[in-house]
Design a protein around this ligand. Structure first.
Ligand SMILES: [Ca+2]
Ligand SMILES: [Ca+2]
Length: 428
């Protein structure tokens, strides 16, 4: 079987597998609560938080009797609603907040939820205070559904020199962090190839389907990484994920030579892949990647790709190469991986019908040391310390439909993290 025929056969097979229903391929998502013991299972990172309030927010709340005279309150966004939490001290003499009340059943009553006790710790010469609490199980409302949710609460505050840990200071600088302790997992097959998926509440708000958005940092020349906001999906041919495998939750997915619309419906317990039927334009990729994400011009839509090869079809439009992951055998027994993410300087490019352009990225990589301009220091002034950052930049040279004001030269496609997968060897 020649390669061309093999690809055609694979494409037909994919089409047959997905044509089971007009609505596409439903992938069952199962809730997974993380074990309290490290069992080697990969757990994606996710977390959210809330600020503290000096007064209980307005509402019909029922409060417990607090031990101290200065409890603090927080309204936590979880799912469709907000939950009340309060922190207190075991005794008025406790150095830091070490009791947490959380309205786990969402009835506005903190007296029917057990007080959760933690052990406060202090670091950095007593200036950094932190209390970790046991995992909290609750339910979150999502539409008409009530869904399980688990998180690890942590209360912390760093007290600057010369300041005191007053309730007011805690309300201004303290942090209530919720570390996500659950995810949804699924498995599906396309063309006989099994795929594994994890849907992660990356931003820790109890929802697992927050679409991507980009913090639009308008500082060019600073090579600041562009961190996508929203939730995250892990997709691979095996379950051997690590933290670098996470991709922003996208509306489109290129997989097995096809483009799919992706919809995550956690209340229905499924992720649906529907073949994308709109017109597509051709895009050549300058390097083979394990994973790759393009982001729309306004930063609200992504196209994720898993092993896309060197030729893909995408909807026409303006994109930015948001991130990619590639690996290479060095011929000496080591497998290297590059994980790259866009910076504020990564340009947009345009894919137009019939243009058949190439997105060039990857090698050669160059190290770039950046010294930000200090506005507070007049020209010629001596400063005692200068912050510097080291980035390794790859190429995102664009030779397709260049946009105005973007020169196809060294452009920041990446703050790059290199790691040897096996066996270890220093990066040369
Ligand atoms: Ca309650
Ligand atoms: Ca979320």
């Amino acid at each position: 079987m020649n390669e061309g025929f093999g690809r055609l056969a694979a494409a037909v097979l994919v089409a047959l597998c997905v044509a089971r229903g007009a609505s596409g391929l439903d992938v069952t998502l199962e809730f997974e609560k993380y074990s309290s013991r490290e069992d080697g299972t990969f757990r994606p990172y996710g977390g959210g938080g809330a600020r503290f309030l000096l007064e209980c927010p307005e509402g019909d709340w029922k409060l417990p009797e607090f031990a101290s005279d200065s409890p603090l309150f927080a309204l936590i966004q979880l799912g469709d609603g907000k939950r009340l939490a309060a922190i207190d001290r075991k005794t008025p003499r406790s150095d830091f907040y070490d009791v947490l009340y959380f309205d786990a059943n969402g009835n506005g009553d903190l007296t029917d939820d057990s007080a959760i006790r933690g052990d406060g710790q202090a670091f950095s010469g007593g200036r950094y205070h932190m209390t970790e609490f046991p995992a909290l199980e609750t339910t979150v409302e999502a539409g008409a559904a009530s869904l399980p949710y688990v998180f690890l609460p942590r209360v912390s505050c760093f007290v600057q020199e010369g300041e005191k840990l007053t309730p007011k200071y805690m309300a201004e600088r303290g942090d209530l962090y919720l570390g996500v302790q659950c995810a949804y997992r699924g498995r599906f097959e396309l063309g006989g190839q099994p795929y594994f998926v994890i849907v992660n509440d990356r931003n820790g708000n109890g929802r697992f389907n927050d679409p991507v958005s980009l913090m639009q940092v308008r500082v060019t020349g600073s090579l600041q990484p562009l961190y996508p906001q929203g939730d995250e999906v892990y997709l691979g041919e095996s379950q051997a994920f690590d933290y670098y495998d996470g991709m922003p939750l996208s509306s489109l997915l290129v997989l097995g030579g096809r483009v799919y619309e992706v919809a995550v419906d956690v209340p229905a317990g499924k992720m649906t892949l529907t073949p994308y039927e709109q017109p597509l334009a051709s895009l050549r990729l300058g390097m083979e990647a394990e994973r790759l994400t393009l982001c729309s011009e306004d930063g609200t839509r992504c196209i994720n790709m898993l092993r896309p090869g060197k030729q893909v079809m995408v909807p026409a439009g303006k994109y930015r190469l948001l991130s990619y992951q590639a690996q290479r055998n060095d011929g000496q027994g080591d497998l290297w991986r590059v994980v790259a993410m866009a910076t504020t300087d990564t340009p947009m490019f345009e894919v137009a019908a019939g243009s058949n352009g190439t997105l060039k990225f990857g090698e050669p990589y160059v190290p770039v040391v950046s010294v930000p301009r200090r506005r507070t220091a007049p020209p010629g002034a001596r400063v005692s310390d200068v912050p510097m950052s080291l980035n390794v930049l790859g190429r995102a040279q664009l030779d397709m439909v260049p946009l105005r004001d973007i020169r196809p030269v060294w452009v920041g496609s990446a703050a790059v993290i290199e790691s040897a997968i096996s066996p270890g060897q220093a990066w040369q």
